[in-house]
Design a protein around this ligand. Structure first.
Ligand SMILES: Nc1nc2c(ncn2[C@@H]2O[C@H](COP(=O)(O)OP(=O)(O)OP(=O)(O)O)[C@@H](O)[C@H]2O)c(=O)[nH]1
Length: 311
């Protein structure tokens, strides 16, 4: 028996259990196969399991395949799942309307095992290439952290979620101190290597679910900390400053210490109706500016106190 391809999940949504059984047998070598016997159950399962591919029956009782597909296309959590319609309607018009609805392909009934397998294999391959491209598009080329574009999208989503559930959302803006002087002294290449090391510290410090570190531009980074109180943010900022200083990267012309340090602007709030994500970034930026003015190598909480000077 062939091994199941790692990482691929295929969801079959069909109200006919015989068809489910038949399709499962045909595609079981190509991934983990899940099934649902109604549109509603299929949507719920898709949200939980995020399948790469959904084999969707068009003619179902209740919510038909087109209605299910419409919901999939509108749900940001499901949009990356590709839909292949499975239908007994094999006219050119039926095929065109399936593709026009946003499905990636169309499988006619009666099912032919070789055709089903070839189509599923092709679309799993395409899905995997798309996922790799998506990952690249969200990544910063130098550090491998997320980029600003991805961060801004995640911030907006987390902001809305924290407002809905009335939870505190934390944000840290991190800027390497006197970095122009570092570049001037050691050159751009060592400057880049320094940024990579700082990025690694940020990655280490953002490992809980939902935490996200990104390069915000140049020598500036940003970390999003879901469900984090102002007190915890101060502890995080203090830890981060110590961690970056402890890298021990020599920087004799820096003003705060003879090694590379960073200043950190912190902000945490439970968003209410008048608040916005850009205003939150602005508050963290003001705190970062205050940390720079106060002598660098420290974190400042917006609207709070200056954290202890880092050794
Ligand atoms: N090596 C390297 N340098 C960069 C990169 N992006 C931005 N820089 C440099 O980072 C420096 C930032 O300088 P400034 O904005 O003056 O800030 P600073 O010297 O860090 O001073 P303070 O922020 O006030 O502590 C500039 O010299 C940029 O050229 C990068 O990707 N690689």
């Amino acid at each position: 028996m062939k091994a199941v391809a790692p990482g691929n999940t295929i969801l079959i949504i069909d109200d006919n259990t015989d068809t489910i059984r038949l399709l499962s047998t045909m595609v079981r070598d190509q991934g983990r196969v899940l099934f649902a016997t109604s549109g509603a159950a299929g949507l719920e399962l898709a949200r939980l399991q995020r399948p790469q591919l959904i084999l969707l029956d068009v003619e179902m009782q209740g919510m038909d395949g087109f209605a299910v597909n419409e919901r999939i296309r509108q749900d940001p959590a499901l949009r990356s799942s590709a839909v292949i319609f499975v239908t007994a309607q094999s006219s050119p018009e039926a095929e065109i309307s399936c593709l026009d609805a946003g499905a990636v392909d169309f499988i006619p009934k009666p099912l032919n095992a070789a055709v089903v397998q070839a189509r599923v294999r092709t679309h799993l391959r395409l899905q995997s290439a798309l996922a790799a491209l998506d990952e690249l598009a969200n990544q910063d080329g130098l550090t491998g952290l997320y980029n600003r574009r991805y961060f801004d999208r995640q911030l907006a989503a987390e902001f809305a979620r924290h407002r809905r559930h009335q939870l505190p959302l934390g944000l840290a803006l991190i800027d390497v101190d006197d970095f122009k002087l570092f570049n001037d002294r050691y050159g751009h290449q060592r400057g880049d290597a320094c940024l990579e090391e700082v990025a690694e510290s940020l990655r280490d410090g953002a490992r809980r679910p939902g935490e996200l570190a990104a390069r915000y531009g140049g020598e500036e980074f940003v970390v999003l900390l879901p469900n984090t109180t102002p007190d915890a943010m101060v502890r995080y900022g203090d830890w981060l400053c110590r961690r970056i200083a402890a890298l021990g990267i020599p920087h004799p012309s820096a003003s705060a210490a003879p090694h590379v340090t960073a200043s950190v602007g912190l902000y945490a709030l439970i968003p209410s109706d008048g608040d916005t994500a850009p205003a939150m970034l602005h508050a963290a930026d003001m705190a970062l500016y205050a940390a720079k003015r106060a002598g660098r190598n420290r974190s400042v909480l917006a609207g709070g106190t200056v954290a202890d000077m880092v050794a």
